[in-house]
Write a protein that binds this ligand. Structure first.
Ligand SMILES: [Zn+2]
Length: 174
């Protein structure tokens, strides 16, 4: 029947338009929240014991905070570390980088990558490779509660996999 056909067409059109409007409305509802979140992330004091942190926000991108009391080498390392996380955020986007850090292995990969950036700097100014590796393994073993289930060997292996300059092969080539 031509009448009912027209009705169906109209209904489909209405549904499609409603969906489009509600998607746009969701973005408008999210925007102030995201803005508030990025402002809060950029201004709020860091949680105790953290040298820096990077939040990866949808649409906004990375928002980094560095402990303002840090200076010298500690500050440089914190900046290098958080810059690496910011690069991960820009490369993967908020959703993928959030998902990648849901597992201990994924989080370990992400942290090993950021510590590798620190290692490059340490190695460039002449710190011995063994010391650099030991410091990073110590930090991952003690400062991060979520690695509690991992042995020292597993942590060192994860660092080596994410960071060729600190891998066993690289050391053997010295
Ligand atoms: Zn980190």
């Amino acid at each position: 029947m031509p009448g009912s056909h027209l009705f169906v067409t109209h209904r489909l059109h209405t549904v499609a338009r409603n969906r489009r409007i509600s998607a746009r409305r969701v973005v408008w509802l999210l925007a102030p929240g995201l803005l508030a979140l990025s402002l809060a992330a950029a201004r709020a004091p860091l949680p105790k014991g953290l040298d820096g942190m990077t939040m990866c926000l949808p649409f906004v991108g990375p928002v980094t905070r560095i402990d303002s009391t840090l200076s010298g080498r500690a500050r440089t390392l914190a900046e290098i570390h958080e810059r690496a996380h910011a690069a991960q955020c820009e490369e993967m986007g908020a959703v993928r980088s959030y998902a990648a850090r849901l597992t201990v292995d994924g989080k370990l990969r992400s942290e090993a990558d950021a510590f590798c950036a620190e290692a490059q700097w340490d190695l460039a100014i002449g710190y011995p490779r063994e010391n650099v590796l030991a410091r990073i393994a110590d930090e991952l073993e003690t400062a991060y509660g979520w690695t509690a289930g991992r042995s020292r060997g597993e942590i060192v292996a994860a660092i080596g996999a994410a960071c060729p300059p600190l891998s066993t092969q690289a050391r053997a080539g010295d």
